[in-house]
Design a protein around this ligand. Structure first.
Ligand SMILES: [Fe+2]
Length: 157
């Protein structure tokens, strides 16, 4: 089975017309707090993609790290290629991510020592019935609501 190619922006200095219409634009807060609710809007693209019977965006998906937030199915009758999602980061996500970063990369963030924030990626994936799959991502900072009082992490400065 051949895997479907996922298209991404190749050169930010030289954006093609096809990329302008297909690279998902992710609008969200740059910082999110655990246990909060955050609206994320994904639009295709910077130049609006058409929504016609023979050429339209079939669906848009949003992921936070490797967690799927959702998929919105679209049809040619939709006015524009846009999907609105609600991201609800949990303390558990922050903890797991902090643990991974600390133990794999040795970054000064750790679930054991009172994590304050982790950097994660919001990833949007969308499908055009003519031009295939398109992906883009945006970094967000997820803040823990907990005040750190755990044991000292060995990566801590
Ligand atoms: Fe297209």
């Amino acid at each position: 089975m051949t895997e479907q190619v996922i298209n991404r922006l190749k050169d930010p200095e030289n954006i093609t017309e096809t990329e302008q219409k297909h690279v998902p634009v992710i609008e969200s807060d740059d910082v999110m707090t655990a246990e909060g609710k955050f609206k994320v809007t994904v639009t295709l693209g910077e130049v609006p993609h058409v929504m016609q019977d023979d050429h339209y965006i079939e669906w848009i998906e949003l992921h936070l790290g490797n967690i799927k937030i959702g998929r919105v199915e679209l049809s040619p009758s939709d006015e524009k290629a846009e999907a609105i999602f609600t991201v609800e980061p949990t303390e558990e996500i922050v903890g797991i991510r902090a643990y991974e970063i600390c133990h794999i990369r040795g970054v000064n963030v750790c679930g054991d020592c009172g994590t304050k924030a982790v950097i994660m990626k919001l990833k949007a994936l969308a499908s055009c019935n003519v031009h295939g799959l398109w992906e883009s991502s945006k970094q967000v900072e997820i803040m823990s609501k907990k005040v750190g009082e755990g044991k000292e992490c060995r990566w801590h400065a």
